[in-house]
Design a binder for this molecule. Structure first.
Ligand code: FAD
Length: 375
């Protein structure tokens, strides 16, 4: 099963994503039709249990498939990675039977696209200091506030949104936050203009205005006040996905470098015959292999039911820094051509950068790792 799924992802990525990725990047094109096709093949519910219409894959297979898609275009990978990891994990773990029927199943079938909105303009690394709020009004909740930089915010059918449900005079930090399932066609949900980003330009990243957005109580996920815990659980799964994304970007940069260094001659010698170039290629390959091994080991721990918070942070930290380092080396190996938009390595370099920032910056991953080591 694993080989078939990964082969399918690889073929799809090579035929239907890679040839168009540069154009989508230039034009900020969100390839909804491609995501819908991936959905029909099962890639929007990779780890969702089969009873909820998912593929029920193990996490290693999921990461291998995501690596293939990331190698073709990290912008597509982030849109489907967030959907598969965070909102899906939240619904599988904490959804009611009705919520799973209404949201999780169509998400797994690829009929609904989801995202999650935790960050705010003033609450990034310190996400528990968020301000958006929901106030109870009879049987409903009324949401107000503003979210920042949410992936899929302008293209999703539903967003998992973290807001405060405690009162302003009883602020309880992480303990006063709850999660709501918000259909994006609800009155009061307004996505901002998509951000003009350095990389992942074909993905949709936008702020969200929540203005007297009224939801029945059945749209709250799990227990009141537990939203931050659910977000952190989702982020553990998400960080493994970012690890696979980093590995995919770095792998592509190595593949392109190997081809280029075999063809390009200077001093009447192919670049790959220079030992300094060989050492660079060797280091690139070794770091990629190490990042992938770390990710797969963390994934196996997750499937064994272990707490993976430490390993998810290690994976995300190492794989994202690997992606940044490897793509920097790739540009160096391509020389002046590497700096030009006509060659694909500069896109990989731009796409790699954000893996060190979103779902917790490298500094925050180090904070998490150190906390585990010293507690
Ligand atoms: C393309 C993109 C997509 C995104 N998608 C989503 C999404 O889908 N949902 C969502 O909720 N958010 C999303 N985000 C937001 C992202 O998670 C935040 O940008 C990230 O968590 C960092 O927060 P910040 O930008 O406010 O930086 P800050 O928190 O302001 O950090 C600035 C700098 O200070 C450092 N720093 C902060 N605190 C510490 C500390 N304690 N110790 C050491 N250094 C520290 C940081 O590491 C960083 O270098 C996205 C962001 C981007 C760019």
């Amino acid at each position: 099963m694993r080989e078939q799924v990964v082969e399918l992802a690889r073929e799809f990525a090579r035929e239907k994503i890679e040839p168009y990725a540069a154009e989508w990047d230039r034009t900020h094109h969100f390839a909804r039709d491609v995501i819908a096709e991936l959905g029909k093949l099962g890639f929007m519910g990779m780890c969702t249990p089969e009873e909820y219409d998912g593929m029920g894959l193990d996490t290693v297979t999921y990461l291998m498939a995501l690596e293939e898609i990331s190698a073709a275009d990290a912008a597509i990978a982030v849109s489907i990675g967030i959907h598969n990891a965070i909102p899906t994990t939240m619904l599988v773990k904490h959804g009611t039977p009705e919520q799973r029927e209404r949201w999780l199943k169509p998400m797994a079938r690829g009929e609904l696209l989801a995202g999650f909105a935790l960050s705010e303009a003033e609450a990034g690394s310190d996400a528990a200091s968020l301000h958006a709020q929901a106030v109870r009004d009879g049987k409903d909740w009324v949401l107000n506030g503003a979210k920042a930089w949410a992936t899929n915010a302008g293209t999703a059918d539903l967003m998992m949104i973290m807001v405060r449900t405690d009162t302003p005079d009883a602020r309880r930090g992480a303990k006063g936050i709850s999660t709501f399932i918000v259909p994006t066609d609800t009155k009061g949900y307004t996505p901002a203009k998509p951000e003009d980003k350095m990389g992942l330009r074909a993905s949709n990243t936008a702020g969200i205005e929540l203005s007297d957005l009224r939801l029945p109580a059945a749209h709250m996920l799990g227990d009141e006040g537990m939203g931050f815990v659910y977000a952190m659980e989702g982020l553990d799964a998400g960080r493994l996905g970012i690890g696979a994304q980093g590995v995919g970007i770095a792998r592509k940069a190595l593949e392109l470098s190997l081809e280029y260094c075999a063809e390009r001659k200077q001093f009447e010698t192919p670049l790959h015959d220079f030992q300094a170039v060989q050492f660079k290629l060797a280091d690139m390959a070794t770091r990629i292999e190490a990042a992938r091994a770390l990710a797969h080991r963390a994934a196996a721990r997750k499937d064994a039911g272990e707490d993976i918070s430490l390993y998810a942070s290690m994976t995300k930290l190492f794989a994202s820094e690997t992606a940044m380092w490897v793509t920097t080396q790739a540009i160096q190996l391509f020389g002046g051509y590497g700096y030009m938009r006509d060659f694909p390595v500069e896109k990989l370099f731009r796409d790699a950068k954000v893996t060190e920032i979103y779902e917790g910056t490298s500094e925050i991953q180090r904070v998490v790792i150190a906390r585990h080591l010293t507690r």
